[in-house]
Structures are given as C-alpha cells and as structure tokens.
Design a protein around this ligand. Structure first.
Ligand code: 5RP
Length: 227
C-alpha cells in the first residue's frame, strides 16, 4: 500500500504549476506528496508555490520539506487542494477524518479551484460507510447528547479515544470526535447536511460532491477518476 500511495503522490505533482496556492492535506499519502513537492521547490523546478496547511502535521511536514506556508486568511483563493481520503464511493463522494483534521480540510477543499484526492485502491467502496465510520467533530459538552441523537439516524457512535494521551482525542479546534457507524448510507449529501444541522456538531467527515479528480494507486498503475 505504501508504494501505491507514493505512486499517486508523485502523479499529483503533474497538477502543480508555478504561482499556485496549494492546500496541503493531512495523512500518510499527502505526507509523500509534501516530500515530493518540497523537492521540486528546493530544486527550483517550481517557483512561487505556497501551501495552506490543513493541520499541524501538514504544517510541520511543509516546514521540514521546504514548502513555504501561508494561512487561509492570507490568500485570495486556493488553486488546488490535494488530500487523501478514507473511502471513495462510485460517485466520488468521500469519507475523511481518520486524521482528525476534517473541519479544516473541508473548509479549504470546498473553496479550492480543483480538489484532487489521492488514494490507493483499498479505499474504493460501492457505498460510503462500508468499511469506515463517519467522523463527526463535536463541541465537547455536547458529545453525549449528540451520540444519543445519532440513534435517530440508526447509527452507533463512539467517542474517539487518544492513544498517547489519557482520555479523548481533542482536535486542533479543541473539540471531540464521534466515530459513527450507519446502518446504510444511501444519500451521502443528504446525510452530510442533516448531521451538520444537529446543534453542537462542528463538521462531519462526509465530503459529498466536492472531489473533482481522484487518483487511485492500483497494482496496474495510477488510475484517474473524474466527475
Ligand atoms: O482524512 C484524512 C485526515 O483527516 C486523511 O486524508 C485520510 O485519513 C487518509 O489518510 P492516509 O493518506 O494516511 O490513508
């Protein structure tokens, strides 16, 4: 899988041109992309490219690999957003948020001129929710009430616990995460909107109708899916 992730990350470089503002996603696949992007910038094969990080991870990697960073509030527009995903369905709807950065990711990916998604073939599913839960970022005080409310959606949710800290994962926005398993997701866009209507929900990990291009690393090479 590592090699497939590296292959899509390398292919993504073909979408980057001089003078672009690139949103930098979170996760292991975008980490490879950042490594390759930094190399091109350091070798001056790309000029005046700036990255908008979606997380501390993306920011630290950008600094390590020599990709200049700017904040979202410093740029007029984002030319392209590059990020991984946890699941991609047949209509290129996504589940994201395993890395807990879904809110910032959605903010920039929604606004980007092009949203380019990088995955290996294990992420492809017929229907969202087949393998992964939907992460939901919630205001800490509301976690239990929202967990109970999710039962109305026929979902069971778990508070995401930290592994190198006692207690729950706290996002970079100071919130908790519920990982929700739905019985069946037939209409991702509808569910995305409904979840965000629950008071106390900050954002959820369904990214319906916003991916423009998905590069899929397969054993037969990188495949390009487009809406
Ligand atoms: O949504 C994400 C982070 O919030 C990641 O993009 C997603 O989890 C994919 O990660 P990886 O490239 O490591 O498989």
């Amino acid at each position: 899988m590592k090699e497939l992730k590296r292959a899509v990350a390398k292919e993504a470089l073909k979408f980057i041109e001089d003078d672009m503002i690139v949103s930098l996603g979170t996760g292991s696949t975008t980490a490879y992309f950042l490594e390759y992007l930094g190399k091109l910038i350091m070798e001056e094969e790309l000029e005046d490219v700036y990255g908008v990080p979606t997380s501390y991870q993306a920011r630290l990697l950008a600094l390590e690999y020599g990709v200049p960073v700017v904040g979202l509030d410093e740029v007029d527009a984002i030319d392209i957003a590059v990020d991984g995903a946890d699941e991609v369905d047949l209509n290129l709807n996504l589940i994201k948020g395993r890395g807990a950065a879904l809110t910032m990711e959605k903010i920039v990916e929604y606004r980007a001129g092009t949203f380019l998604v990088l995955v290996d073939e294990s992420k492809l599913v017929e229907r969202l929710g087949q393998k992964m839960p939907v992460p939901i970022e919630v205001i800490p005080a509301a976690w239990r009430a929202i967990k109970e409310e999710l039962e109305v959606f026929n979902a069971t949710a778990e508070l995401r616990m930290a592994s190198k800290k006692d207690g729950p994962v706290v996002t970079e926005n100071g919130n908790f995460l519920l990982d929700a398993r739905f019985h069946r997701i037939d209409d991702p866009l509808d569910l995305e909107i409904e979840l965000n209507n629950i008071p106390g929900v900050v954002e959820n990990g369904i990214f319906a109708d916003i991916a423009d291009i998905v590069l899929v690393g397969t054993r037969e090479g990188v495949k390009r899916l487009e809406r």
